[in-house]
Design a protein around this ligand. Structure first.
Ligand SMILES: Cc1cc2nc3c(=O)[nH]c(=O)nc-3n(C[C@H](O)[C@H](O)[C@H](O)COP(=O)(O)OP(=O)(O)OC[C@H]3O[C@@H](n4cnc5c(N)ncnc54)[C@H](O)[C@@H]3O)c2cc1C
Length: 290
């Protein structure tokens, strides 16, 4: 199918973009990499009257580590650029690995990191990675600018804290202290598909006791938002991340995950798959703790 007719605009400043989004006289939608929006237009699942291309706004192309060590990824930064950035690979390898699971190179070379967060497909890798990495999302709009923690940003399937007249300007990832290990694992039907189910695991090793000091475990494809399970994390914290602890974590995942059935997979398959992935991810993350 073909999209309904729309106007294309390419503002060069954030205030200009917000003015276009806040104009009540016609429905506007942010265009970033277009990798989800354009198919939606073609299928007429979205019918905006004007597209606001934010990738021509120079300040949104920022990919930098600030003085406090936090990573800033602007709304125009493509997924491929973020994944290949040396600072990202060195400081936030979990993010780079998660991006590597998205579709194919052609998708990642156009799609943006912030676009994936704003779109919020519950099977997508980046919302889960963002929650595991304790990210914050910066949103600008006619009422000003605010920063929303990842755990409050994802509200429901394809729904976030960013309103229709607002723009995600950047995502900010705090630095990881030494001693962290990570893993991102997912189950897909075919290479490049969205995750049937997946998990991001971040473990911190206590160097004195050689036990897990902190754990962040998040699942995608397991609910309408990225799912963080305190029971799974509690099974790991204080342990040596050995077989007994990891098995207990997997048992907690089986007990607490409540995915739904859909045309791609049944709930039981997803839950069992998540538990298996978790075992592998915990083992890998612990091996990577330095
Ligand atoms: C064949 C194919 C395979 C794919 N496989 C995967 C996969 O395995 N995993 C995965 O996670 N994704 C996958 N994708 C989707 C891809 O990751 C998209 O790039 C991503 O979902 C959206 O990013 P985008 O920059 O392309 O956003 P767009 O498509 O431009 O926008 C998506 C939505 O988000 C809104 N939006 C975008 N940026 C902002 C912003 N800064 N502020 C406010 N709203 C904004 C838009 O208005 C739109 O509603 C696939 C896409 C294709 C075509």
């Amino acid at each position: 199918m073909k999209p309904t007719p729309f106007d294309y605009t390419a503002p060069t400043t954030v205030p200009e973009a917000i003015a276009l989004l806040a104009d009540d006289s016609r429905e506007a939608k942010v265009l970033a990499g277009g990798q989800s929006l354009i198919p939606m237009l073609n299928m007429r699942l979205a019918r905006p009257e004007v597209l606001v291309d934010v990738t021509r706004i120079p300040e949104l192309g920022r990919l930098a580590v600030d003085g406090s060590g936090a990573l800033h990824i602007g709304a125009a930064v493509r997924q491929a650029r973020a994944a290949s950035d040396p600072a990202v690979q060195e400081g936030w390898p979990l993010l780079a690995a998660a991006i590597g699971h998205i579709g194919h190179p052609q998708i990642r070379s156009r799609g943006t990191v912030c676009g994936s967060l704003a779109h919020h497909d519950p099977a997508a890798e980046l919302p889960t990675a963002a929650l595991a990495l304790d990210a914050s999302v910066v949103i600008a709009g006619p009422r000003g600018t605010r920063t929303v923690a990842a755990e409050d940003f994802f509200i429901a399937t394809f729904s976030t804290a960013c309103a229709a007249d607002e723009l995600v300007t950047e995502v900010v990832l705090p630095p990881l202290a030494p001693g962290h290990g990570w893993a991102f694992e997912e189950l897909t039907r075919r290479h490049g598909d969205f995750a049937t189910v997946g998990t991001a695991v971040l473990l911190e090793r206590d160097t004195a006791s050689h036990t897990v000091r902190t754990a962040r475990v998040v699942f995608c494809g397991a609910g309408p938002v990225p799912v963080r399970l305190p029971a799974v994390e509690a099974a790991l914290v204080g342990s040596d991340a050995g077989e007994r602890a990891v098995t207990a974590a997997a048992r907690a995942a089986l007990e607490h995950l409540a995915p739904s059935d859909d045309i791609h997979a049944g709930a039981v398959y997803r839950r069992e798959g998540a538990a298996h992935l978790l075992v592998r991810a915990c083992t890998t993350a612990w091996e990577r703790c330095s």
